[in-house]
Design a binder for this molecule. Structure first.
Ligand SMILES: [Zn+2]
Length: 107
């Protein structure tokens, strides 16, 4: 379909990342249709997929982390690299890195 590009720049394609479920999350899991709920005691993970078609961004899909596996990882392997927050020039918070998030293990 469309133009055949010979220039082989890195294709923009779908990718999946693992993220904490945010408080107030109002997204539904694509796989099971259930709300991806935030619960403070259980730090749920969700898989967020940026879906590209023909090199163009189409939509974002959310999955429960388990449901993404159930779905057969439709957008490729999940990138579980923790988010590196953009460095601010003020490292004032000395408790950064000691919160519960810092103890997240890579299963
Ligand atoms: Zn689900």
């Amino acid at each position: 379909m469309g133009s055949t590009t010979t220039s082989s720049k890195i294709a923009t394609r779908s990718r999946a990342v693992l993220r904490d479920v945010e408080p107030g999350s109002t997204v539904d899991c694509i796989e099971c249709g259930e709300r991806v709920k935030f619960q403070a005691k259980i730090r749920h993970k969700q898989v967020i997929c940026n879906v590209y078609e023909d090199g163009r961004w189409m939509r974002v899909e959310h999955y429960h982390s388990g449901c993404y596996d159930t779905a057969g990882s439709p957008h490729g392997p999940v990138d579980t690299t923790p988010v590196v927050k953009a460095r601010r020039s003020a490292p004032a918070r000395d408790n950064a890195g000691t919160g519960p998030a810092a103890t997240a293990r890579s299963a």
